[in-house]
Ligand binder design. Structure first.
Ligand code: AKG
Ligand code: FE2
Length: 274
């Protein structure tokens, strides 16, 4: 097993999951029905100069669902009604999360961890090509952003490898902008924590290779998945809202998503059935 420790606050392990675990995760992923969300909504329309659009990729959240139209979790100011309680991890994922938390605590200083830190939230991203206007278009990338959830973030990658970068600014200033690059391999774990990687720099997925030619994840209409990434994060429990505590306009905006989720998830079915 290769285990390379990169700069302070960055950790990378390949492989992190073995073949059996990989197969189990992939089997579970096939049962999921990811959502293709719109960025904005009736009560949260695009700001001037921006426009309504679908996200680049379908996603699925566990622990809490941060609907795009609720603007994601963004402390200290953006904490109200952004995170909606969602399904818990299946046992096989919880086991991995326990291992990731253990590694993070072993590798990173105490100062990186907010009180009560645990990886209680997971975003599953489906990367691949979308069929639109009669052709397949590569949507396998993520622009510069920060993960605003406090504390270290753990990232598990499956499928084709991704070229992942930490960059200084949001603008495309060229090479000097790049602080650190790495390939995220199939079955690998990346953990990043501390000010430099969480607060000071942005990160992005520049591109995803197209080499493995493996069918991954559930069937998604007009979409071909070649990489699936899990990012495990921490949202303080007091910032995760029950559906009944969400204000009516926001509830109205996310209602169609909840109904779609309820078609395939007993958790969401229960949640929205009066
Ligand atoms: O796919 C990845 O490796 C990273 C995804 C990411 O940055 C995110 O979901 O916030
Ligand atoms: Fe991210």
């Amino acid at each position: 097993m290769k285990n390379v420790t990169t700069p302070m606050g960055l950790y990378y392990q390949f492989p992190f999951v073995d073949r059996k675990e990989r197969a189990q995760i992939l089997a579970w992923l096939e049962t999921l029905h990811p959502l293709w969300e719109m960025r904005f909504s009736e009560h949260n329309p695009p700001p001037e100069g921006d426009e309504q659009r679908p996200l680049l990729r379908p996603v699925y959240w566990l622990g809490n669902w941060q609907f795009a139209c609720l603007d994601y979790y963004h402390p200290p100011k953006g904490i109200l009604h952004r995170c909606v309680r969602a399904e818990t991890y299946p046992p096989l994922l919880q086991k991995l999360v326990d291992r990731i938390e253990f590694i993070a605590k072993k590798r990173f200083p105490k100062s990186y961890f907010p009180e009560k830190w645990k990886l209680n939230t997971c975003l599953i991203n489906f990367y691949g090509n979308k069929f639109e206007d009669g052709k397949w278009v590569d949507r396998a990338r993520v622009g510069e952003h920060k993960d605003f959830e406090p504390g270290p973030v753990g990232s598990l990658s499956l499928g084709d490898r991704a070229f992942f970068q930490f960059v200084n600014g949001k603008s495309t200033l060229g090479e000097d902008n790049i602080v650190f690059s790495q390939w995220l391999e199939d079955s690998s774990l990346q953990i990043f924590g501390g000010d430099k990687w969480k607060m000071k720099t942005f990160h992005r997925v520049q591109r995803v290779e197209d080499k493995r030619k493996e069918t991954l994840g559930p069937k998604i209409e007009n979409f071909q998945t070649r990489r699936i990434n899990f990012t495990f994060r921490y949202v303080p429990e007091e910032h995760i809202y029950q559906l009944k505590d969400m204000p009516a306009p926001k509830l109205q905006d996310i209602r169609p998503y909840l109904e779609t989720l309820a078609q395939n998830s007993t958790y969401f079915k229960k949640l929205i059935t009066p």
